[in-house]
Write a protein that binds this ligand. Structure first.
Ligand SMILES: Cc1cc2nc3c(=O)[nH]c(=O)nc-3n(C[C@H](O)[C@H](O)[C@H](O)COP(=O)(O)OP(=O)(O)OC[C@H]3O[C@@H](n4cnc5c(N)ncnc54)[C@H](O)[C@@H]3O)c2cc1C
Length: 558
């Protein structure tokens, strides 16, 4: 396979030579370095490369060039190379142009001249971008293939699992591809789907997620008999706590029933998380956090659900759905929240067959040029709608209230998007379809008018409920199942401590619960599962970090 290309474009030959030398020294072994002295020549060259099916990994372009500026070049080049990373080389005077182009050409970075020493000012940035590019690029296919139908729930679950673990795969729709149909018939006489083909020639037929996780090399069993800290849930809260615990040398295990990243992992673009001015996708954030945690020695189990937490002397025991018991001194419940399911006839059987919960990422491209619907008016629904509009011909957003509750920047983006229509004061009444979703009926609650519309897919983002079932008998929770911590577990929410002795039972220590400690000593909660949290990535990360500090205090006192 030809090496992917790094373009460097600059009209100043001395700068071009210098950047070429630096690029070649570091990346020459893995990439073809292509120095070109004008944007127009580079565009012509790109056309030839497209005919040869060559891949561009990165454009490093000077902003100030005669004929065509760096930004103008990138705007053209990204049409056929949307996956390539885009970096502008700027002088101090061009900083504003670079900032403007963050949105205009979805710029990944702007580098100030001079970039010396490259070890400090060039390579770390390009390393990061190229790693990211490698994680997402689709090279000519040699990996895992998943064959199934769009309307099969188990096919959707497998695709979602692989996508959320950032394991590349090729989707083969056996209803549209007769070769794929033959491939499936070749291994299975039954109608079980999906069939997963692996590069080593092995296949799995309609596997459960644990079987799949093991086959793709994910950890599903704990490596040690005992941990200092066990964290249930690997969303932002769990991963933040894990990074801190691992970095300070604690033996830490994270248990995840699905895939790392939690709800944040399903966000196409998080734009309000500190430090990422052009936004970061949930899977990028997750990939970075998982590598960070693993680098510090944290073990992360995938496809393992914690079903119960129990207390035995100073040990906290987490029971998994396969019967395994994990023992540790402290446990953090960071299990977040899951979307409410639609409660109407037919909705269950069409789940995964046109109705999806928070899965815009995984399924969006299967609905290219189709009319799809989004239910919900908050941030997650708005992000889903914006992401879907890149593929669908029309996205209709059904909002029960008078107006969307999403953040202003998202509402503005929806309003500016010609493919998105927002229907406020609108209730979803009915979903219809045989094997797959075909139609929905909606009602305008102001006029009482009902309407039935053809719908290829319905992406549901309606409210969330906390996932606290595994500790429901052990710790105090609100009526809705959010876990009380710190002051909230105290009767009347305030000291004196002796009031606490009556409720909850089982509190034996001579101190108040720590801020994020539940009503059972040594069991902590952080993030969306906790009562009083504000359902944001940054809050979950912050709570995870604080929970770790408090668990450390707890461990010291044992
Ligand atoms: C589509 C979408 C877009 C969003 N966009 C933004 C945004 O732009 N900005 C922002 O600030 N916030 C955003 N949010 C909200 C943000 O993602 C959440 O507030 C945040 O993810 C909460 O983190 P958490 O770690 O508490 O829980 P979660 O992210 O919910 O993670 C909990 C994890 O625990 C796992 N788990 C649950 N039960 C068990 C069990 N029994 N055993 C093992 N594992 C279990 C789950 O599978 C999950 O992976 C968005 C949410 C969604 C859904």
């Amino acid at each position: 396979m030809p090496k992917p290309v790094i373009f460097s474009i600059d009209d100043d030959s001395s700068v071009l030579n210098s950047i070429e030398r630096d690029l070649r020294a570091k990346y020459g072994a893995d990439y073809r370095i292509l120095p070109i002295n004008s944007g127009k020549t580079a565009l012509e060259y790109l056309k030839k490369m497209e005919q040869r099916n060559e891949t561009v990994a990165l454009f490093l372009v000077d902003q100030r060039m005669p004929e065509m500026s760096g930004t103008e070049f990138l705007a053209e080049a990204m049409k056929n190379h949307p996956q390539a990373k885009r970096v502008l080389l700027t002088a101090y005077a061009d900083t504003q142009a670079a900032i403007d182009s963050i949105n205009e050409v979805r710029l990944d970075y702007y580098l100030m001249k001079p970039w010396h020493p490259p070890n400090e000012r060039l390579y770390p940035i390009l390393d990061d971008l190229l790693e990211d590019w490698k994680a997402h690029v689709r090279m000519p296919y040699e990996g895992i293939r998943v064959a199934g139908t769009l309307w099969s729930l188990s096919s959707h679950q497998v695709k979602d699992f692989l996508t959320r673990h950032q394991i590349p795969y090729q989707w083969l729709d056996i209803e549209k591809d007769s070769n794929a149909q033959k491939l499936v018939e070749g291994v299975s006489a039954e109608t079980k789907l999906p069939v997963i083909f692996f590069p080593d020639g092995k296949t799995l037929i309609e596997p459960d997620l644990k079987e799949l996780a093991e086959k793709v090399g994910l950890q599903t069993q704990a490596g040690l008999p005992f941990y200092d800290i066990t964290i249930i849930g690997s969303g932002p809260a769990g991963l933040a706590a894990a990074v801190y615990a691992g970095s300070e040398g604690y033996k830490c295990l994270v248990i995840e029933k699905a895939a790392p990243g939690g709800q944040a992992g399903s966000s196409p673009k998080i734009e309000n998380y500190l430090g990422f001015p052009s936004g970061i996708s949930g899977d990028d954030l997750t990939r970075r956090a998982v590598s960070q945690a693993k680098r510090f020695g944290v073990e992360i189990l995938s496809a393992q659900e914690a079903v119960q937490v129990a207390v035995k002397d100073s040990y906290r025991i987490v029971k998994l759905n396969d019967g395994t018991e994990i023992s540790s001194h402290a446990v953090l419940i960071a299990t977040g929240a899951s979307f409410h399911m639609l409660k109407m006839p037919g909705a269950d059987s069409l789940t995964g067959a046109g109705i999806y919960y928070g899965a815009a990422y995984t399924e969006a491209m299967n609905y290219k040029d189709c009319d799809v619907f989004v239910v919900g008016g908050a941030n997650s629904a708005a992000q889903g709608a914006i992401y879907l509009s890149q593929f669908a011909s029309k996205v209709t957003v059904l909002i029960r209230g008078h107006e969307p509750t999403a953040s202003k920047y998202l509402v503005d983006a929806m309003q500016a998007n010609k493919k998105i229509e927002m229907l406020t004061d609108t209730d979803l009444l009915e979903v219809k379809g045989n094997n797959t979703l075909e139609q929905i009926t909606i009602k305008n609650t102001k006029t009482n008018e009902t309407q039935t519309c053809d719908a290829a897919a319905l992406f549901v983002f309606i409210g969330v409920r906390p996932q606290s079932q595994m500790v429901a008998d052990l710790v105090m929770c609100s009526d809705k199942g959010y876990i009380f911590t710190g002051p909230d577990v105290m009767k009347d929410k305030k000291p004196p401590f002796d009031k606490l002795r009556t409720t909850p039972p089982g509190w034996t220590l001579e101190r108040d619960p720590f801020l994020l400690e539940t009503s059972t000593p040594g069991i902590f909660a952080a993030g969306d599962v906790r009562y009083g949290t504000n359902h944001r990535v940054a809050s979950a990360v912050g709570e995870g970090a604080i929970a770790y500090a408090l668990m450390k205090e707890y461990l010291k006192g044992l």
